[in-house]
Write a protein that binds this ligand. Structure first.
Ligand SMILES: [Fe+2]
Ligand SMILES: [Fe+2]
Length: 335
C-alpha cells in the first residue's frame, strides 16, 4: 500500500465517523444515563453526616476484614486503573473525528466522550474511598502508583484511528465488566456485601459502555466492512494492552505483571477471558458471515475467526508455579 492509499483510507474513515454523528446523537441518551438517575459514590459509603457514623464505619470495616490479600491486590489494581481516567479522556480526544476542539463542543462525539468520562469518574472515586475506609491498604503507596501511572501514560497502539479505537474500547469495556463482576462474586463469598454492591454497580456501567462502543463499531462494519475487518485483525495482532501496564510504585520492577498474575490466579481476569472476549466480539459483529471481501480482507477474516481458539489453547496450557511477590500496597506483604 502506498502512503497515498493510506491517506485515502484515513480520509474515508474520518468521513465515516463524521457521518455517524446523527446516529450517535439519536442513541446517546440511551447509552448514557442522565445525571439525576445515576448512582453516586456517597450512596454506597458510610454516611458521614449521620449520628451513628462511627457505627456505620465500624460495620463497613468489619465486613472488609475477611477479604483475602489476593482479592485486595486485584481490587487495588482495578482501582488504580480506573483512577487513570485523565489518560483515557485524552485518548478519546485524540481519535480522528472525535476531538472536542473547544472543550464544550456540542458535537455528538464530544458529548459522548465527556458523558462517558463523567460516568467513569465515579468508578475510581468509589473504589478509592472504599479502600481508604477499610484501612487495609497502604494508601500512600497506592496513591504513588496512581500518580506514576498517569504521569507515565499509556499507548494502546491504535494511533489516532477511530476504528482501532472502537475495537479497543469494545474489548476493554467488556474486560473491565468481567473483572468487576468477578471481584463482586469473590467479595460476597468473603462476606462483604458492600464491596459486592460497589463492584456490581461499576460492572453495570461498564456493560452499558461496552454496548455503546460495540454499537459504534457495528455501524462501521455496516458501512465500511473491509476497513473494519482489517482494523479488527490489526488490533488483535497488536494485542489489547491493558491501560495500567505502565503502573509503578517506585519499588517493584514488575508491578503490573505481578498484579495481572494475581488476577489470573484468582480467576478475576484470565487468558481464557481474553479468548472469550474475542469470540464474543467476532460473533457480535457477525464477522464470519461478511461476504464480498477483497483477498486481504478475507485473510484477515480468517485470522480473526480462528483467533479465540488459539488463545484458548494457550489458556489451557497455562499453569501457575505459585510464586509470591511483595506488594507495597499491602505493606510489603507477600501475595
Ligand atoms: Fe470504569
Ligand atoms: Fe469503562
Amino acid at each position: 500500500m502506498t502512503s497515498n492509499d493510506n491517506n485515502k483510507i484515513i480520509t474515508n474513515k474520518f468521513e465515516v465517523i463524521k457521518n455517524m454523528e446523527s446516529f450517535v446523537a439519536d442513541n446517546i441518551d440511551k447509552l448514557l444515563k442522565p445525571v439525576n438517575e445515576s448512582w453516586q459514590p456517597s450512596d454506597y459509603l458510610p454516611d458521614m453526616n449521620a449520628e451513628n457514623w462511627r457505627e456505620q464505619i465500624n460495620e463497613f470495616r468489619q465486613k472488609a476484614e475477611a477479604l483475602s490479600d489476593e482479592l485486595l491486590v486485584v481490587l487495588i489494581g482495578d482501582m488504580i486503573t480506573e483512577e487513570a481516567l485523565p489518560t483515557y479522556q485524552t485518548y478519546l480526544n485524540r481519535l480522528e473525528g472525535l476531538t472536542d476542539f473547544t472543550g464544550v463542543s456540542n458535537s455528538p462525539w464530544a458529548r459522548w466522550s465527556r458523558g462517558w468520562t463523567a460516568e467513569e469518574n465515579r468508578h475510581g472515586d468509589l473504589l478509592n474511598k472504599y479502600l481508604f475506609l477499610t484501612g487495609r491498604t497502604d494508601m500512600h503507596a497506592v496513591e504513588i502508583t496512581i500518580q506514576n501511572l498517569i504521569k507515565n501514560g499509556f499507548n494502546p497502539q491504535t494511533e489516532n484511528d477511530p476504528y482501532l479505537g472502537f475495537i479497543f474500547t469494545s474489548f476493554q469495556e467488556r474486560a473491565t465488566k468481567i473483572s468487576h463482576t468477578n471481584v463482586a462474586r469473590l467479595a460476597i463469598k468473603a462476606g462483604d456485601n458492600n464491596l459486592q454492591k460497589i463492584c456490581g454497580l461499576i460492572a453495570g456501567d461498564e456493560a452499558r459502555h461496552e454496548k455503546a462502543y460495540r454499537l459504534f463499531m457495528q455501524k462501521i462494519f455496516e458501512v465500511d466492512p473491509v476497513q473494519a475487518i482489517l482494523a479488527f485483525a490489526k488490533m488483535m495482532k497488536t494485542k489489547i494492552t491493558m491501560p495500567s501496564q505502565l503502573m509503578t510504585d517506585g519499588k517493584s520492577n514488575n508491578l503490573f505483571t505481578n498484579f495481572s498474575n494475581v488476577a489470573q490466579k484468582i480467576k478475576v481476569y484470565t487468558v481464557k477471558d481474553y479468548a472469550d472476549i474475542i469470540a464474543n466480539l467476532v460473533s457480535g459483529w457477525n464477522v464470519e458471515n461478511i461476504i464480498g471481501l477483497s483477498d486481504i480482507a478475507a485473510k484477515a477474516q480468517d485470522y480473526i475467526c480462528n483467533l479465540s481458539e488459539r488463545y484458548l489453547k494457550i489458556a489451557n496450557r497455562l499453569s501457575f508455579a505459585g510464586t509470591t511477590e511483595k506488594f507495597s500496597w499491602l505493606f510489603n506483604r507477600k501475595v
